[in-house]
Design a protein around this ligand. Structure first.
Ligand code: AP5
Length: 209
C-alpha cells in the first residue's frame, strides 16, 4: 500500500472515513485540520498564525503547511486527510512521498452546509456527532467518554460558505491533477458512512474486514 490521500469538500466525510480506513489499511492517519486545531489549543506560534486563517474559513499558507507536514511524513506510507489542498501542496507532497491513490468524496454544496451546521465534536476525545444523522444518546454529551460536545467555530453558516468557496477555487483543481496521473478514485460522499467505507475499500482493492 502506498500513501493514500482523502480529497473532498469540507464536511464530505474525510475524517469519518479516515478513522476506519486507517485501521483496515494499517496506514497512519494524518489530518492537517486536527494537527492545526491542536496547535491552536496549545497556543503555539504556529497555532496563533493558523487561527487567523482558520477562523475566516481560509487556507493556512502553503509554506506553513508544508513545513508542518514535512516533519511528520517520511519513511512510511500514510493516510492523508485534508492535505494536499492546493497544487503547490501537491507538488510539495510529491517531493516527500509518492501518492498511490486519491479517494475523492463527492458532495454537493447544499449537503455540505446541511451536514456541517449539524456537526458536534467532543471536547475531550474528539468523537464526531451529527444532530441530523448521528446524534448523541444524551444531548450535549459524548456517548464514548461523557465529555462536552461543542460546535467548531468554523461550522457556522458564513464560515462554511467561505470554506466551500475556497475549496472550489484552490482544492477542486486537484481532482484534475490527480486524474491526469491516473490515481483518482471517485466515491459517492452522499452515501451512508458504511457504504462510503465499502466503496473506499473496493477502490483500494482491499477486502472488507
Ligand atoms: P479540516 O478540519 O481539514 O476541515 P475540512 O476539510 O473543512 O473538513 P471537515 O473536518 O470539516 O470535514 P470532513 O470532510 O472531515 O467531514 P467529517 O468526517 O468531519 O480543516 C479545517 C481548517 O484548517 C481549514 O478550513 C483550513 O483553514 C485549515 N487547514 C487544514 N488543512 C489545511 C491544508 N492542507 N492547507 C491549508 N489549510 C488547512 O464529517 C462532517 C459531518 O458529517 C460530521 O457531523 C459527520 O458525522 C457527518 N458525516 C460524515 N460522513 C457522513 C455520511 N457518509 N453521511 C452522513 N453524514 C456524514
Amino acid at each position: 500500500m502506498r500513501t493514500v490521500v482523502l480529497l473532498g469538500p469540507p464536511g464530505s466525510g474525510k475524517g469519518t472515513l479516515a478513522g476506519r480506513l486507517a485501521t483496515a489499511t494499517k496506514l497512519r492517519h494524518l489530518s492537517t485540520g486536527d494537527i492545526l486545531r491542536d496547535e491552536v489549543a496549545r497556543d503555539t506560534e504556529l497555532g496563533r498564525k493558523a487561527k487567523v486563517h482558520m477562523d475566516r474559513g481560509e487556507l493556512v499558507p502553503d509554506g506553513l503547511i508544508l513545513d508542518m507536514v514535512r516533519g511528520r511524513i517520511g519513511g512510511e506510507d500514510v493516510l492523508l486527510d485534508g492535505f494536499p489542498r492546493t497544487l503547490a501542496q501537491a507538488e510539495g507532497l510529491a517531493e516527500i512521498t509518492p501518492v498511490g491513490a486519491v479517494l475523492y468524496l463527492e458532495l454537493t454544496r447544499d449537503e455540505v452546509v446541511r451536514r456541517l451546521s449539524a456537526r458536534r465534536v467532543c471536547r475531550d476525545c474528539g468523537e464526531n456527532y451529527n444532530l441530523l444523522t448521528q446524534p448523541p444518546a444524551t444531548a450535549g454529551r459524548c456517548d464514548r467518554c461523557g465529555g462536552e460536545l461543542y460546535q467548531r467555530p468554523d461550522d457556522v453558516p458564513e464560515v462554511i460558505a467561505r470554506r466551500y468557496d475556497v475549496y472550489e477555487k484552490d482544492s477542486a483543481p486537484l481532482v484534475e491533477h490527480y486524474e491526469s496521473k491516473g490515481v483518482l478514485k471517485r466515491l459517492d460522499g452522499a452515501a451512508p458512512p458504511e457504504h462510503v467505507y465499502a466503496q473506499a475499500l473496493k477502490a483500494l482493492g482491499h477486502a472488507q474486514a
